[in-house]
Design a protein. Structure first.
Length: 401
């Protein structure tokens, strides 16, 4: 195995680490997939927004660009990271709210069908939203994946789906990268299968956006949502994005009818008519302040290139797995070993890890704990060095030292 120093000196992306804000208390940050580190550029952007735009332009700012910002950032994100042509992505509500809007819109578009399919190992919010919509609309939920209560080391495959899809399936709700195992799903194959069965798919891209090259248009994806505070460094609670394929925009109707999703908002008319295009999937006043920082990360992804980011992500997770094999032989890798089936994080299971994580946090080594017994190591390629990974893995072996 190469040393961390050798890997860092050979890393073509090493220089980008200086673009991020660092705190000397943090020895090893292994949770970039929960909350990405801030970019230095965002300090300047936020300050100048406050003084020049908010302070200087006041309410005029809405007409001078703020109202267009959700769709403008959506177009940029589509171009640099998601393989989506303009006019199909909008930034706005939380991921949870956007999941609700898109899943509701999708089930309404399949009125004769009564089933939603979802994986038991999906992130809780995805499952809870699906259960809520099923109760609201009198639909049934079909669960994929692990039965014994233990989380799966992998995720949903096209093969596992073939027997599940029926004429009754309205919608599938799936993750591109599974939040616990890091399993990377075969989006084009699964989407094609669902379409053969007449169903729509809503993809959650929260753990892939910004680290896994994605071609939403080419893959025939119908609908997708994703977080911006993870690998997109948008900051705590920055708004999520939604993708609605252009040829579905006229057919689908989202359920939260607000004034800014209306055709002519400032006419203030009686009765709601949705706006044409992606704006019809918005509802209320966009959280402009929350959208500032993620623009810096989108610009950086464009500068570096998503393929180079993926290459470093693979190298970082390979290194973390090799270190875990070596240093933590009693921990079990609960993630795919093959890079092509893995996103940018790994999970290691071992009884007692719940007690280890608080000790690590106290010493500035910050991975995440995921129930029932997993340490999740999330590796943001642009801000993480191989040395940082090594320090972190050593600390997991000897917490408190
Ligand atoms: C897969 C996935 N979906 C959704 C969310 C969060 O949703 P929200 O932004 O509404 O809190 C997370 C958060 O970690 C997640 O991992």
């Amino acid at each position: 195995m190469k040393t961390s120093t050798e890997l860092d000196s050979a890393d073509p992306l090493a220089r980008y680490r200086d673009r991020f804000l660092r705190d000397s208390d943090v020895v090893s940050y292994l949770d970039g997939n929960s909350l990405g580190r801030p970019l230095l550029a965002s300090i300047e952007r936020m300050q100048s927004f406050l003084t020049e735009q908010w302070g200087g332009r006041l309410v005029r700012g809405w007409d001078e660009g703020w109202l267009d910002l959700p769709a403008r950032i959506g177009d940029d994100l589509g171009r640099v990271a998601l393989g989506a042509a303009p006019g199909q992505i909008v930034v706005g509500d939380s991921t949870t709210v956007l999941l609700y809007k898109l899943i509701r819109a999708a089930v309404e578009a399949r009125p004769d069908r009564t089933e939603i399919i979802i994986d038991r190992d999906s992130f809780p919010t995805d499952r809870y939203v699906v259960e809520g919509i099923a109760a609201e609309r009198g639909l049934t939920v079909t669960w994929l994946g692990s039965k014994g209560g233990q989380p799966s080391d992998s995720g949903v495959t096209a093969r596992s789906l073939t027997k599940k899809l029926t004429d009754n399936t309205a919608v599938l709700v799936l993750s591109h990268v599974a939040y616990r195992s890091g399993y990377l799903a075969e989006v084009p194959a699964i989407t094609a299968l669902a379409h053969e069965a007449g169903a729509l798919v809503v993809w959650d891209l929260s753990h892939s956006v910004g680290v896994v090259p994605t071609s939403l248009d080419e893959w025939g994806v119908d609908l997708a949502v994703g977080c911006t505070y993870k690998y997109l460094s948008g900051g705590p609670g920055s708004p999520a994005f939604a993708y609605v394929r252009s040829n579905l925009q006229g057919e689908l109707r989202q359920p939260i009818q607000g004034w800014l999703g209306a055709k002519v908002p400032f006419d203030m008319t009686q009765g709601y008519t949705p706006a044409d295009g992606i704006r019809g999937f918005t509802s209320g006043t966009p959280p402009i302040i929350g959208m500032l920082a993620l623009q810096d990360m989108i610009a950086l992804i464009e500068e570096v290139g998503i393929d180079a980011i993926r290459a470093k992500s693979v190298a970082l997770t390979e290194f973390a797995i090799a270190l875990a094999d070596d240093l933590l032989p009693d921990a079990r890798l609960a993630s795919p070993r093959e890079a092509e089936h893995r996103g940018s994080h790994i999970t290691l299971d071992r009884d007692g890890f719940d007690k280890v994580v608080p000790k690590l946090w106290a010493q500035g080594v910050i991975p995440d704990f995921r129930a029932p017994n997993g340490i999740r190591v999330g590796l943001a390629p642009l801000s993480t060095s191989f040395t940082e990974v090594e320090l972190g893995m050593f600390a997991i072996r000897h917490p408190g030292h």
